[in-house]
Design a protein around this ligand. Structure first.
Ligand code: PMV
Length: 315
């Protein structure tokens, strides 16, 4: 890591958590996603006497043109942002620091892109509109996911829970009372690209059943919005469990996720499901209160969850 001087400009972003609606959101159904401020990315920009732009991250330190393939999305995002700003891709160091585990469905790639765009705009003293931010960050997501719905960038750049539907205005979600959530990481990188592709493939082989599961997931999101607004914990828990069933039917859960889901339920969770693309990554569980959230997190760690987080969802 390169030590930056005090004369740096910082942009940041938190992670995101999809509560319900992953995958079906790709097919135009609504989804609910939350900001996850427990994990975040910080991008620091500083000038340097160099004819290129240097990236300093945990995974790579060196010039922008030589970024490894898995960081090509962020390279495209940086180049496009600088083009918008009419600045050359040289004479800068961008240092990336993140507490968001990579590829676990917690919005790491979206958050890196958001933090970078924010930091470059701030560095050049330019005002950044929400539209520009989403457009530029979405570019990086396109590399990461192929054809992303845009939910990750929308949630990672929002300070409030969002109701997200492709092609529609993002709406806010009412939270009728505090909800206690636990997130646990399987420790395995998920493959959202492959999971999305596998559902697409399923929809050509078995269009009626696949569409049925997608429709049901859309219906679950509608009901979850009502449960959140009415503070109906029991209903929300049932809906999380129902969503897990549909995602399993669609083939995007796996043994490790199912195991953590079962551990959470056995430890008292009212509902639990995978979150994000699946096939690795994380689960989310709903608890009655903070103490129960803590004990569910402990049970999950005993069952080999790599890491857990718990928090209260409020308006
Ligand atoms: O980035 P992930 O793994 O949280 O997945 C995003 C949600 C999906 O619905 C699976 C894909 C998308 O583009 O919406």
């Amino acid at each position: 890591m390169i030590n930056l001087s005090k004369n740096t400009v910082v942009g940041s972003s938190h992670g995101k958590l999809i509560l319900v609606g992953e995958h079906s959101v790709v097919y135009g159904k609504p989804a609910i996603a939350l900001p996850l401020p427990l994990v975040e990315v910080k991008a620091s920009v500083q000038s340097v006497l160099n004819d290129t732009l240097i990236i300093d991250s945990m995974y790579y330190v060196g010039p922008l043109p030589d970024l490894p393939e898995k960081m090509h999305g962020i390279a495209a995002c940086i180049k496009e942002t600088l083009k918008y700003l009419e600045k050359p891709a040289e004479g800068l160091i961008i240092k990336l620091e993140s507490t968001i585990p990579l590829g676990r469905g917690l919005g790491s790639s979206a958050a890196v892109a958001i933090a970078v765009v924010r930091s470059l705009y701030a560095y050049y003293g330019r005002k950044l509109s929400k539209g520009e931010l989403l457009e530029l960050a979405h570019l990086a997501e396109t590399y990461a996911h192929g054809n992303p719905s845009g939910i990750d960038t929308a949630a990672a750049s929002s300070d409030q829970p969002i109701w997200f539907q492709k092609g529609h205005q993002i709406e806010s979600v009412q939270i009728g009372r505090p909800f206690y959530l636990v997130v646990a990481d399987t420790g395995r990188v998920g493959d959202t690209h492959a999971a999305v592709a596998s559902i697409k493939n399923k929809s050509t082989i078995n269009p009626i059943d696949t569409q049925h599961s997608i429709d049901q997931l859309g219906e679950i999101s509608e009901q979850a919005r009502v449960a959140l607004a009415h503070g109906n914990v029991k209903l929300l828990g049932n809906l999380l469990n129902a969503a897990q069933d549909k995602l399993t039917t669609l083939g995007v859960s796996d043994q490790g996720l199912n195991q953590l889901v079962n551990v959470a339920r056995d430890a008292g969770a009212i509902g639990a499901k995978l979150t994000g693309g699946g096939r690795g990554g994380c689960i989310v569980a709903l608890a009655h209160n903070m103490n129960e959230a803590k004990s569910i997190a402990i049970a999950l760690e005993k069952a080999n969850a790599r890491k857990t987080w718990y928090f209260t969802l409020t308006e």
